[in-house]
Design a protein around this ligand. Structure first.
Ligand code: AGP
Length: 610
């Protein structure tokens, strides 16, 4: 999604802005630009493609000034062109604006402005926002007043940051349902859409709330609420260290983050277990009475987080005996929902900024549900709008393809289920203790799988040029199959399909050809024979079978061309392990295909538009 940086200080802004934008590259973008206010004029430089192209456009020029804004754009309205890149400006370049999100009524606003003689050069909703601010600025003469008046006319979810040529000491920002922080530097102040842009300068940030307007000067960060009252916002210290957002010795963030999974799980466990291995969920203090008051749980998420939710649904139902509905967030709001105060709504989101998930959460909240979220970014919108938050401690996940966030989300869902089962008395103490003991072994077991990296790299190399790959499994294996398929699609662009193994014979098996790869997850002892039957049906059509099974399972070899083994653990916990070979497989296939692994085409790390 789009990235925003704003600076007011004693030095020329351009290096701060571009450096900040480079820290936001991981979010995905297709053009970038900066605007600096200098001696009564606004200098704007923009480029399509990576930020290095913007650096080339600026060259050795010093744009000067003390106030500036920068932006990385992920195209929504209008194609990828310099004209459509941000910052946008009015015809006499007295106002410049950057924007994240969507102005939903931009067409009506554009028609109104055109009727007043305003001319447009781009196809974007951002230019409409800019012109609206400029028109109000002409009448009011004050940038904050102009921002307030303009945003009152706009509908949608967005962050806007504006500068004015005749106000060289300030910028004004506005937040509505998209991420924005403000930060104090040594002799400068910042606004940004994401912590990563400012980590190098400070770890203390103000969390800007919906409806807030921020007036930033080099000496002050003034925040006004939607009633235009000055407010103090929470100052939050970011626990991440700068090199956590750095590749280190790894060629790609994705491989680094796959290898960080043992640490992420260990960190999340350590924050959620007491000395005597009881689950104590930091940030959640639910009583048995409160839990028993819920007659259903709904898990809502997108993409990888949704796949984690599938495992959570299975395990909560199995050991806590509570019915769990699950839905992709983009569908949730358009279905008849039966939600009230007896509903526990669980949002799962790595970034905590996914618009689909946020909007679903808001809808559920409106209907009375209790909101519990599982989030990886402290202070993110999902976290701030939830009643309770159970944080994953995976550390910053930079690669667009989510890996360590997924396994820590799984862990949180397992612990939540065990916590619920303990509260409801639906689990025997020995069983509870065994699950916890097995969860504590997962980090070392993942390390064992990571030691097989070269075997998986060879396997990937042998088949990187295949034109379709299927992932199949039954029960929890099918949930992980969906995640493995998404990983491969995202980073290698190979058409990949996940399907419940038992479903293959109901049509999809027609696609089997000798060059087809089928990755068969066969870790569930209870249904192993059924899975083998499905594998045999496929093998009979000469597809190439790569199976994933538990160590000690020798029979699987008879039905597979290749086998990847995972360490032994209870059936219910295998997703924490099965996913690792699939992540590595996707990574190495993409590498052999010379793909842009950390920033795949068309994708963004956090999808802040619906
Ligand atoms: C996963 O690899 C993808 N990047 C994507 O599906 C992602 O999981 C989805 O957009 C949800 O993001 P979130 O967890 O930040 O809400």
């Amino acid at each position: 999604m789009c990235g925003i940086v704003g600076y007011v200080g004693l030095q020329s802004p351009q290096n701060f802005l571009i450096d900040g934008l480079e820290k936001l590259e991981y979010r995905g973008y297709d053009s970038a630009g900066v605007a600096v206010v200098n001696e009564g004029e606004i200098k704007i430089r923009k480029a399509v493609g990576p930020i290095v192209n913007l650096r080339k456009v600026i060259g050795d020029e010093d744009l000067g000034g003390r106030v500036g804004i920068g932006h990385t754009r992920w195209a929504t309205h209008g194609g990828v062109t310099v004209t459509n890149a941000h910052p946008h400006f009015n015809s006499d370049k007295t106002i410049a604006v950057v924007h994240n999100g969507t102005v939903e009524n931009y067409i009506e606003l554009k028609a109104k402005l055109q009727a007043e003689g305003v001319e447009f050069i781009s196809d974007t909703d951002t230019e409409v926002a800019c012109m609206l601010i400029a028109e109000h600025f002409k009448k009011l003469g004050d940038l904050k007043a102009a921002m307030d008046a303009a945003t009152k006319e706009m509908e949608g979810t967005f962050v806007l940051v504006a500068v004015a040529a005749d106000q060289p000491d300030k910028l004004v920002a506005y937040r509505r349902n998209a991420p924005l922080i403000a930060a104090k530097g040594k002799n400068f102040n910042f606004v940004a859409s994401d912590f990563s842009a400012i980590l190098k300068h400070t770890k203390d940030v103000f969390l800007i709330e919906n409806g807030d307007t921020v007036v930033l000067t080099k000496d002050a960060i003034e925040i006004f609420d939607e009633d235009d009252k000055p407010v103090k916002r929470e100052l939050m210290h970011i626990g991440w260290d700068v090199d956590a957002a750095d590749k280190g010795d790894y060629e790609h963030f994705m491989l680094k983050e796959i290898h960080e999974q043992p640490k992420g799980i260990q960190e999340t466990l350590s924050r959620s277990l007491t000395e005597d291995d009881r689950i104590k969920l930091y940030g959640i203090d639910m009583t048995a009475e409160q839990l028993n008051s819920y007659n259903k749980i709904i898990i809502v998420a997108c993409g990888t987080a949704y796949h984690a939710g599938l495992v959570g649904q299975y395990f909560i139902e199995k050991i806590a005996g509570i019915p769990v509905q699950i839905d992709v967030a983009s569908e949730f709001r358009y279905r008849r929902q039966f939600i009230d105060e007896k509903t526990l709504f669980i949002a799962v989101s790595q970034s905590g900024e996914t618009a689909d998930t946020l909007e679903a959460l808001r809808e559920a909240k409106k209907q009375g549900a209790h909101i519990l979220s599982i989030v990886n970014v402290v202070g993110s919108s999902v976290a701030r709008e939830s009643d309770e938050v159970f944080y994953t401690w995976a550390g910053p996940e930079i690669s667009v393809a989510s890996t360590k966030a997924y396994t820590t989300q799984l862990l949180c869902l397992y612990m939540l289920a065990l916590y619920f089962a303990d509260l409801k008395g639906t689990i025997e103490p020995d069983d509870y203790a065994d699950y916890v003991a097995q969860l504590k072994r997962i980090p070392s077991q993942i390390e064992e799988i990571l030691k097989k990296e070269q075997d998986i790299e060879r396997l990937a190399y042998d088949y990187y040029d295949r034109d379709q790959v299927f992932f199949i499994g039954r029960g929890l294996d099918s949930s992980v199959a969906f995640e493995g398929s998404l990983k491969l699609k995202e980073v290698s662009y190979i058409p990949s399909f996940a399907i419940a193994a038992g479903e293959m014979k109901h049509g999809t098996i027609a696609l089997m050809e000798p060059r087809t790869i089928v990755i068969a997850l066969a870790t569930q002892d209870a249904i192993f024979d059924k899975t083998v039957s499905n594998i045999q049906e496929i093998k009979a059509r000469n597809a190439h079978i790569i199976s994933i099974a538990k160590e000690g399972n020798t029979s699987i070899v008879n039905h597979s061309n290749e086998v990847i083994y995972i360490p032994e653990c209870r059936d219910e916990l295998t997703p924490l392990l099965t996913v690792v070979p699939l992540q590595l497989y996707a990574y190495f296939v993409a590498k052999d295909r010379h793909c842009e692994i950390d920033k795949p085409r068309n994708l963004a790390k956090s999808v802040t538009v619906e």
